[in-house]
Design a binder for this molecule. Sequence first.
Ligand code: AP5
Length: 209
Amino acid sequence: MRLILIGPPGAGKGTQAKCVCQGLRIPQISTGDMLREHKKNKTPLGVKAAEFMDKGLLVPDEVVLGMVEERLKLDDAQRGFLFDGFPRTVAQAENLEKILQKLGISLNAVVQIEVPDALLVERTVGRRTDKATGQIYHLKYNPPPPGADLLWRDDDKEETVLRRLKEFHAQTAPLIPFYETRGLLRRVDGVGELPAVTERLLAALKSSK
Ligand code: AP5
């Protein structure tokens, strides 16, 4: 299956992507994770991306598109993939269509995870990621085990989250009608216990081509 997860910061894309990808045996392609890896390794791409990420702004389309095109050529993506956090602008979505057309493949579904803005700041500010395993936790909703070595993301401070949320509404929300007109959009309520959200997501995928 070839899937996209869309949702604001903290909607649960990364958390749900891990469950879905394990079940479907497809790779999770998170442009956020890829950019953070570049940033950590201080590659030229990472240094450029950091200028935008640290302010809560989107990284320029051309930076992200080149990275995604290369990622899709890897062996594991030949059996399908789930994009988590990509595309994020209409220009990225239009370019993705061209890339997929060149490869002779198309998307099966685009799932929008819906969570009210009021819950998103608490979810992101309370997020911690296990440095060794990449497992995502929340200090209140999904507490990490004692002694885990945890990362608090640079862009998860409240002020930056609010900026990211603004970016989502201005730049990413237009993808919802974009994919709706293509008959690909599925909506999933992202509020509730983690397994309940996963169940809704899998049910939404059953109705996909
Ligand atoms: P990215 O890493 O993609 O961040 P994001 O889209 O803002 O999403 P998040 O990772 O914050 O949240 P999520 O939806 O994955 O939620 P999670 O599952 O962790 O992007 C970061 C930055 O990189 C961007 O700002 C931009 O600068 C750049 N970037 C990336 N891609 C780009 C692109 N394509 N173009 C341009 N720039 C790009 O969950 C969040 C928390 O909530 C966790 O603590 C979790 O435990 C908890 N939680 C999850 N589900 C539930 C639930 N049901 N109930 C209670 N708590 C829950």
